[in-house]
Design a protein around this ligand. Structure first.
Ligand code: HEC
Length: 258
């Protein structure tokens, strides 16, 4: 018994099929329905195309909400339960958050006080990096990175006090602008590590505090990096001298020009 294929009969053309199977024309409504369905499939395509071309202020269509929207009180929100009407609560007096116990003053504050609290004034600044840190390449690289992020905008990448913010203030002739200190002067070199650390933590006069933005370890890393900068770069003239002599270095470091 031989099959269709073994006989090598050519595959019938559509026209021959229609003729031999005596197929009738489909009824008009079937054709119309088919056309409608095909055209209907273009609607989502058009919508997708439109969505891709246009911008919208409305949030995206969110099919699966999972746990994206939960009832909660955002920061600074009001809360009917509490007498003061705030949802944010103060920590209970006498509690200390994990890792915030100031038991190691030298490490956490950069200085030691008589009564052991941050509120009282420093009695002695830490002279060098605390023992638990070593000024290895890890710490220095971290310090270089953090210095670039938090200090260089004002103090400049080389600590000369000529960062972009400072330059902009000079260009705008901001009357009340206090130039960021040149960290390469002899005066700053003679500061102890603890003093530099405390300057970052609490701010200095018009310089803001960076305690909340930079972790303790990162603040020490920045101090270590500033020390490295001071070792590799020449000693800068004190600001007063720079303004009176108008030296060549003063023109490249606008920070030192009052
Ligand atoms: C917003 C700009 C700004 C940033 C950012 C900034 N500083 Fe300052 N810094 C200043 C200004 C301004 C002064 C001078 C303050 C004054 O004399 O009133 C200053 C002063 C200092 C001094 C001198 C303190 C002293 O005893 O005279 C040190 C050290 C210092 N900054 C280190 C840093 C370090 C480290 C960082 C990065 C963590 C940093 N600063 C980030 C603006 C800044």
């Amino acid at each position: 018994m031989s099959t269709y294929q073994e006989e090598r009969i050519p595959f019938p053309s559509p026209w021959r099929l229609v003729k031999e199977l005596r197929l009738r024309r489909p009824p008009w409504w079937l054709v119309a329905l088919l056309l409608l369905v095909v055209i209907g499939t273009w609607i989502p395509l058009t919508l997708i195309y439109q969505a891709r071309q246009q911008t919208s202020r409305l949030p995206r269509i969110h099919f699966f909400h999972d746990m994206d929207h939960q009832p909660k009180f955002g920061p600074q929100a009001a809360h009917p339960w509490y007498v003061d009407g705030r949802s944010m609560r103060q920590p209970i007096e006498g509690t200390i958050a994990r890792g915030m116990l100031e038991h190691d003053q030298e490490y956490l504050l950069g200085y030691v006080t008589l009564d052991g609290t941050r509120a009282s004034s420093p009695t002695r600044f830490v002279a060098t990096l605390p023992e638990r840190l070593s000024a290895d390449s890890n710490l220095l690289n971290r310090g270089r990175e953090r210095f670039g992020i938090y200090c260089a905008p004002c103090h400049g990448v080389e600590g000369a006090g000529n960062g972009p913010i400072n330059q902009a203030a000079m260009a705008l002739k901001e009357g009340k602008w206090v130039a960021a200190t040149n960290l390469m002067t002899q005066m700053i070199r003679e500061r102890t590590d603890g003093q530099l650390f405390q300057a970052i933590s609490d701010g200095v006069r018009s310089m803001p505090s960076y305690r909340s933005q930079i972790s303790v370890r990162d603040r020490w890393a920045i101090v270590a990096f500033v020390r490295e900068l001071q070792q590799t770069l020449p000693v800068a003239a004190e600001p007063q001298e720079a303004s009176s002599t108008a030296s060549a270095s003063a023109s490249t470091t606008p920070a030192t020009v009052p």
